[in-house]
Each structure stands twice: as C-alpha cells, then as structure tokens.
Design a protein around this ligand. Structure first.
Ligand code: NI
Length: 256
C-alpha cells in the first residue's frame, strides 16, 4: 500500500473533515502516514494523532520558520516526545532562506541543536531545506548526520546536490511538484536517483499535484505522484508503490 511519508494532518485546514478523511485513506490504498511536526504544538499534535490512528506515526521537530519559539526547555519537550513508541523521526528541521526571518544565525543554531537531539535519541531526520543548499549540506556533514540517516523532504536542488545526499545514503521525498510542467530540474533528479532512495510524500495541506494544483492537498492525491514517477522511471505504478513503501519502512524502522 502507499506509504505517505510527509503530511500535516494537525493543520487547521483539516479541522472540518479530519476524521472522515483519515478514515477513508485505507480504502484508497494509503497504508501508512507519517504526520510531521512543524512546531512544538504541531509535534504534540502529531503524537496525539499517532495515538488515535494505528496507521499514523509521528515525527517531532520545529520547522526553520518556527524556530524562534525554541528554548532548551522546548528541546526537552521534543526529547521526551521522542521517547513515545510511535515517534519515528525528528522533523521537520532545517533551513529556509526564502523569507528573511528568522535570521540565518537563529535558523542554523536550532537546526544544529535538533540534529544533535536526533543523534542522542537515535532517530532519523526529516530535513526541510529551501534556497539553502550549501549551508544545509555543510551542517549535516559537520554533525555526521549521515550516521543518523534521514530524508530530504520536497527535494528541490540539482543533480549534483542529489549526489552528495546519495553518498550519505539519504532518501528523497518526492511530492506534487514532480507533476508540475515546469519541474524540469526535479524530473532530472528523479531519473538520476535510484528507486531505493525515493519516498512518496504530499506535504499536505500544501503542494497538491496536477490536476489539483492550488487546492488543499491530501494523501488521496499520492497516486498522481506515483504515476509521474513510474513514467519517469519506466517501471510500473505498482512497483513504485511497493518500492517506496519498503524504503520508508526501512528508514523509519517499521520493518517487521
Ligand atoms: Ni512539511
């Protein structure tokens, strides 16, 4: 079944129909969901969702745009959430230079602090990196985060950058952007990276694929992403689903 590796079902966009939507995923072939924390409150909400639904697991972490809320006490809260049996990753964490705030120095400080946490609790990381390719890679290397393992969510960089992550055995989260007409660079990357490094993701409620671009996204749209990958790789849709599910189970330690 489809493994959704990155969604934010705690988002208020799902308040009106969260229960019905989540209850309908299995009948549409979605077998597992990782709900990703983007703030301290979001991390706690991820854990709550994972307690309510057997097929949901949680990632806990603070997104680079939200790190101004972090303190050592906040790191302590994340650390205790990491001990929960259904928490499988630290994330999403990273750098986002698209907006001027928070300051680069603040983003770096808390990215590094959360990488250290992931190493301590021995959980893989979910990386958010936007317009910050070099700094992200430098920090990951400086912290030997190749030993922790992880996924670069919504990978948006070049083939050369992809090679650096391949060398560290990282995974690549591929979502709705792959269906966009102007996604030439990402299509090249997907053709370049081996199938055993790819995870399916949506980033719901964001980044809905064609033909639903601009609408609220959900895991129900993942077949569009899997189809696009199957076309680019010249393999069957079923193979894409099976392979990405296996990859995610290995990364997040859910292999039976
Ligand atoms: Ni996200």
């Amino acid at each position: 079944m489809i493994f959704e590796s990155h969604a934010h079902y705690d988002d208020t966009d799902f308040d009106a129909d969260r229960e019905q939507l989540l209850a309908s995923l299995a009948e549409h072939g979605i077998g597992t969901v990782i709900n990703i924390g983007a703030s301290l409150a979001g991390s706690e909400a991820s854990v709550k969702l994972s307690e309510q639904y057997p097929f949901i697991y949680g990632a806990v972490g603070v997104h680079p745009s939200e790190v101004e809320e972090l303190t050592e006490e906040g790191i302590g809260r994340l650390r205790s959430l990491c001990g929960h049996e259904k928490v499988v990753a630290v994330g999403e964490i990273g750098l986002d230079y698209h907006y001027p705030e928070p300051a680069v120095s603040v983003q770096k400080e808390w990215f590094e602090r959360q990488l250290v946490l992931a190493g301590e609790v021995k959980l893989p990381v979910v990386i958010h990196s936007r317009e910050a390719a070099k700094d992200t890679l430098d920090i990951i290397r400086a912290h030997h985060a190749e030993e922790i393992g992880g996924v670069v969510h919504c990978f948006s960089y070049t083939k050369e950058m992809a090679r650096a992550y391949l060398e560290m055995d990282y995974y690549f989260g591929i979502g709705g952007v792959i269906t966009f007409k102007n996604a030439k660079k990402l299509k090249e990357v997907v053709q370049y990276i081996p199938m055993d490094r790819i995870l399916l993701e949506t980033d719901s409620p964001y980044l809905a694929p064609e033909p639903h671009r601009g609408e609220r996204n959900s895991s129900l749209n993942l077949p569009y992403v899997a189809s696009a990958i199957s076309e680019l790789k010249g393999i069957s849709y079923e193979e894409v689903v099976a392979c990405t599910e296996r990859n995610a189970k290995i990364l997040f330690g859910l292999e039976k």
